[in-house]
Ligand binder design. Structure first.
Ligand SMILES: *[C@@H]1O[C@H](CO)[C@@H](O)[C@H](O)[C@H]1NC(C)=O
Ligand SMILES: *[C@@H]1O[C@H](CO)[C@@H](O)[C@H](O)[C@H]1NC(C)=O
Ligand SMILES: *[C@@H]1O[C@H](CO)[C@@H](O)[C@H](O)[C@H]1NC(C)=O
Length: 324
């Protein structure tokens, strides 16, 4: 690609080679080219093909070079809005898709603890990859190709080539399900998307979908979410009870702001729907700010007085039905 990127890549390559030879005292081969253009911005990776020394990166092991970021804090992440939790899962699936057909063959992550990951401006990245298996495992029988997890075992067939085809990919998908999706995806998913989220939970938890199908399912959710199509059956009357123009600040969870109730919405109609479902809400403001998907940040119950904002106030309180 362009000259600047080429130069940056070259500088990075030189710096990394210097670093590795200083730390490990041997030379290694590194692949930087295509990887730099991944959405994940893996900066490159090195595999242990070396002439002598014997120290450092062993044959069949890889080192991956990445940006600096914040370690993934699961507890913190659990308290963030669904959109941000979805992003972490989507990034992870994109990474696993890449790893399933990387230049080193299919790569399995052996350590899937959240501490292996970092986020850089909200985007998920991998941190040091000590524990990976590159290339498929050799086998004699199907029994050699068993994945053992605390609550489930899975077996893939031993291929005629004598390798467990797709074992790394399957291990990655199930670990993504068990360490990430289970905690991050289902809770507070937008109502119009829950059937798709449930489908992903089931196909990954049962290893019924490969990484391509899983990525497709995630991208479809992203597309629907960004387009607002999942909101199509929100009743248009939601906005009728609102009129564009008192402060009744309240808190909600998970909110983009510690004070008050700030949520991301696709449209004024969705915001009106949310406001109608919060008993304390008597107004909302569409601020000019947007999230990573382009959703608008909306402040509920709190008037944001600036020229970029649209303010809506309830005309009259809708009487509550006795059953609710
Ligand atoms: C998985 O396999 C191991 C041994 O192969 C067995 O002891 C264990 O009970 C199995 N676990 C499940 C959940 O089937
Ligand atoms: C997937 O769906 C089937 C059928 O509804 C159910 O029995 C199974 O427990 C589900 N598995 C997971 C992991 O959600
Ligand atoms: C998965 O997608 C890649 C391209 O991203 C393609 O080359 C590969 O054949 C697909 N694999 C399957 C099993 O469909």
């Amino acid at each position: 690609r362009g000259g600047r990127e080429g130069k940056e890549r070259e500088q990075l390559r030189t710096a990394v080679l210097l670093y590795l030879s200083a730390v490990f005292g041997f030379s290694t081969t590194c692949v930087f080219t295509a990887l730099l253009f991944l959405p994940l911005q893996l900066k490159g990776h090195c595999s242990g093909v070396h002439g002598g020394g014997g120290e450092g990166v062993e044959r069949g092991r890889v080192a991956v070079i990445l940006e600096q970021g914040t370690p993934l804090q699961m507890i913190q992440l659990l308290q963030t809005p669904w959109e941000d939790r979805f992003r972490v899962c989507l990034d992870l699936v994109r990474l696993l898709h890449f790893l399933s057909r990387s230049p080193l063959g299919s790569v399995g992550l052996l350590d899937f603890q959240p501490r292996q990951f970092i986020t850089v401006s909200g985007q998920l990245k991998l941190t040091d990859l000590d524990d990976v298996s590159a290339g498929e495992i050799a086998c004699w029988t199907d029994a050699d190709c068993t994945l053992k997890f605390p609550h489930r075992n899975f077996t893939v067939p031993c291929s005629t080539r004598g390798v467990c085809d797709g074992l790394n990919e399957k291990r990655n998908i199930y670990n993504a399900y068990r360490f990430f999706f289970t905690y991050l995806l289902p809770h507070q998913a937008p109502p119009g998307l829950t059937h798709l989220v449930d489908h992903i939970m089931n196909t990954t938890g049962e290893l019924k979908a490969d990484i391509n199908q899983t990525l497709e399912a995630f991208e479809q959710i992203l597309l629907l979410y960004k387009s607002g199509l999942h909101l199509d059956n929100l009743h248009p009357s939601a906005l009728r009870d609102m009129s564009p123009s008192g402060n009744g600040e309240y808190r909600c969870w998970p909110s983009y702001s510690q004070q008050g109730c700030v949520l991301s919405v696709h449209s004024a109609r969705e915001a009106a729907y949310i406001c109608n479902s919060h008993s304390q809400c008597n107004s909302f403001t569409l601020t000019g700010q947007k999230t990573w998907t382009g959703e608008k940040l909306s402040s509920f119950g709190h008037l944001v007085p600036d020229s970029a904002s649209e303010v809506y106030v309830k005309k009259s309180k809708v009487p509550q039905s006795p059953s609710s």
